[in-house]
Design a protein around this ligand. Structure first.
Ligand code: GLA
Length: 719
């Protein structure tokens, strides 16, 4: 190849390698997996891949390049679909330049001279985390317009033995549910047309070997950092080759490239682990902590939240809020978040969205008295917004009925009484920026809960063109502008719970509201799913009301509080209803969280592989000197005696002192609501020392627990 173009580039992570070959015209990943040593040269990899010709097949294997194309004869899903007035549909760019700044990144320029189309691939590996960030850019160098239908961020091969797909499904109040599917010939395809990241098609996939579990085996992870429409595809071709593609789902006519216009795909975050699913998640967590989060655990501890939503809903009143703030402060809360209902006309969810002015009939002196009261109690103040939306019953809509996305004359499908503002119009963007900037400048607001409560499912702009792509970019620009003007204000990404959780929005936000469900049992599943790609400090997790408002399940405070420890803790209920006993337990969890949050928000998270009647998770410090583990029993044990809990991620040779730190107890007595009546084994084990290998290989005999209860263990190395 020409002197600018090497035959191969090898990108090295701490534990993985990716080898790209450039010697066949278009860039191909010829190896991606466990780290290769110097014993392997790149020619060996090519030679080992030589195939024979088989009947009824092409004589030459069509390339599975970063951008697969029909023009090159690839019969699987193309990585690029576009059309113009001539043969652009058969685009087949080849490498014209490769730029490698260092051993961690490479930019590959490809050109189709005939069709005057350029494709640029950017690939970068983060050495410490082994996360590879890939994206594609398409440039129209011709005179005629090109309509873009699909541009994958990359096409990444996965080996044939990794034939298990772990995807995510869900719904409102039930996000991030694991979905296990065996790979089949054809495509596993998830398409999201909701205009937001969505509850039901989280843009993440993990492909594993059959023997992979939380602690062992090969796992390939994929996440698309994008908050609009998306398409995820895991395909196995009839010749046995398998690959994954992820990119933005573009609506017909949504992206037209005029001369010299470019389209940039969202970023695909890919990572390989040979040590199972927990290790894969740790890699993603490391990446997020180092590259996306503004604060790490040591720089700013994540404050305990109180959120007003499930406490008072729209029933705002200054005296009530002051009373709730007093009670919250007594429980150790550090940030008081005023949810929906503070702006004019917002007495229920039928009116007011868009009118971002404080309702003076409720707050005659503005928000200042409440904020000052909260600040005087030593707490920060946070405020709820839903900037992208408008109620038809609002002054904003009455003045500007044309400021919305819609598909006239089609009837609006109806969605929580609200419509989507067209952020691609400069005047809409400017209005929202002015309102946010003004409220943040005039009030001491440390935190925004940025909500978004409907799909953008009829996304036509003023020119009748589909606008999800541009709307998503405009949202990012609005968030960036607010952050730039108010760099110390933290922003939570909320979308009817967890419908906007992705690395695209996380480049400009600081926390995710994981789900509207505060039901502890539902939360165990939701939070487990969330933990595959997001570290615990991002996971908004609140102790909810005694009777869950969504499932009506009644759970003890001990159980409800236990599930928030491994997230960013908060509480969300009417604090006036707490019994004295509940207050003591809730305060104990606040104290436990404060004591351990630096560890929880910086350590390595492990999910335990347990029978389906139980859930377990843990966090181990980087030096393996300290750890916390929780075990929750959801249904009765299937055997007479409960199981051994085998810990994970510890140093086998270290000696750890074990303490049971939850539920709280008086002396040696554990509460009967959690531990069954028989004398338990806990006093005999609590405070004893054990080796890491004994805790991991034999494990600890559990006490007989009552279903819907949790135990939390603390382990500290004894030097
Ligand atoms: C959404 C959020 C909730 C709450 C309400 C307010 O449903 O997910 O937490 O803020 O909106 O209307």
């Amino acid at each position: 190849m020409s002197k600018n173009i090497p035959d191969f580039v090898r990108l090295e992570g701490k534990q993985s390698s990716m080898v790209l070959a450039f010697n066949r015209g278009a860039p191909q990943v010829i190896y991606w997996g466990k780290k290769l040593s110097a014993a392997t040269n790149n020619d060996m990899l090519t030679t080992l891949r030589i195939r024979q010709e088989v009947p009824a097949s092409p004589t030459r294997e069509a390339k599975r390049s970063l951008t697969t194309t029909t023009g090159e004869g690839f019969s699987g899903n193309p990585g690029l679909k576009l059309f113009g007035d001539a043969s652009q549909w058969a685009v087949a760019p080849t490498i014209v330049d490769v730029q490698q700044d260092d051993s961690t990144s490479v930019t590959i320029h490809n050109l189709d001279k005939t069709r005057e189309i350029k494709v640029i691939h950017r690939v970068r590996i983060d050495f410490e985390s082994d996360v590879i960030v890939l994206s594609s850019e398409v440039v129209n160098l011709g005179d005629a317009d090109i309509n873009l239908e699909w541009c994958t961020a990359a096409t990444l091969p996965v080996p044939e033995y990794t034939n298990q797909i772990l995807g995510f499904e869900g719904h409102w109040a039930g996000e991030f549910h694991e979905q296990h599917v065996e790979q089949f010939f054809g495509s596993y395809l998830r398409e999201n047309r909701r205009g937001r990241t969505s509850h039901d098609a989280f843009p993440g996939l993990i492909i594993t070997s059959k023997t992979c579990d939380q602690q062992q085996g090969d796992a390939y992870g994929f996440h698309l950092g994008w908050s609009g429409n998306h398409r995820l595809l895991s395909e196995k071709m009839a010749d046995g080759r398998a690959f994954v593609q992820m990119g933005e789902l573009l609506l017909p006519g949504e992206v037209t490239l005029h001369t010299n216009d470019s389209y940039h795909s969202p970023k695909l975050y890919a990572s390989f682990s040979s040590k199972g699913l927990s290790a894969l998640s740790q890699q993603y967590h490391r990446y997020v902590r180092k590259n996306l989060l503004k604060y790490n655990a040591a720089e700013k501890l994540r404050p305990v939240h109180y959120n007003t939503w499930e406490g008072i809903y729209f029933d705002h009143d200054v005296d009530t809020l002051k009373d709730l703030a007093d009670r919250a402060a007594q429980l150790g809360v550090e940030r008081f978040v005023l949810d929906d209902g503070w702006f004019i006309g917002r007495h229920n969810d039928k009116a007011g969205l868009g009118d971002w002015y404080v309702d003076e009939s409720i707050y005659p002196q503005g928000l200042t008295p409440v904020i000052e009261h909260v600040n005087d109690l030593g707490m920060e103040f946070g405020l709820w917004f839903e900037p992208e939306m408008v109620n038809p019953d609002s002054n904003l809509f009455r003045e500007h009925p044309d400021w919305i996305l819609s598909t006239p004359p089609n009837e609006d499908v109806g969605f929580r009484n609200q419509l989507v503002l067209d952020l691609t119009r400069q005047e809409v963007f400017d209005y929202l920026y002015e309102r946010l900037d003004c409220l943040l400048s005039e009030n001491n607001i440390a935190y925004i809960k940025w909500d978004m409560n409907r799909d953008i499912n009829q996304p036509g702009d003023q020119y009748f063109k589909p606008a999800v792509h541009r709307q998503t970019k405009a949202l990012y620009a609005l968030l960036d502008a607010v952050k730039k003007a108010h760099p110390n204000v933290e922003i939570e990404s909320c979308s009817s719970g967890g419908a906007r959780a992705d690395y695209g929005v996380l480049e400009r936000t600081d926390r995710v509201w994981t789900s509207d469900s505060n039901d502890a049992l539902e939360r165990l599943k939701i939070q487990k799913g969330f933990s595959y790609f997001f570290p615990s400090e991002l996971m908004g997790s609140h102790v909810g009301p005694r009777d869950c408002h969504i499932t009506h399940r009644n759970l003890t405070m001990s159980m409800r509080a236990s599930v928030v420890l491994f997230g960013h803790m908060g509480m969300e209920m009417d604090l006036r209803e707490l019994t004295d006993e509940e207050k003591v337990e809730l305060k104990a969890m606040v104290d436990l969280y404060k004591q351990h949050r630096a560890l929880i928000h910086s350590g390595d998270m492990v999910r335990l592989s347990l029978p389906d009647y139980a859930m377990g998770t843990g966090v181990v410090s980087a030096d393996k000197n300290e750890a916390l583990f929780s075990y929750s029993l959801i249904r009765s044990h299937t055997s007479g005696l409960p199981d051994q809990i085998r810990f994970s991620g510890l140093d086998p040779h270290k000696i750890y002192k074990l303490h049971v730190v939850w539920p709280i107890r008086s002396g040696d007595f554990w509460p009967k609501s959690s531990i069954s009546n028989f004398e338990t084994n806990l006093p005999k084990i609590d405070g004893q020392c054990f080796s890491g290998e004994a805790l991991m290989q034999l494990g600890k005999q559990l006490p007989r627990l009552v279903p819907n209860s949790s135990l939390i263990y603390h382990l500290l190395e004894q030097a």
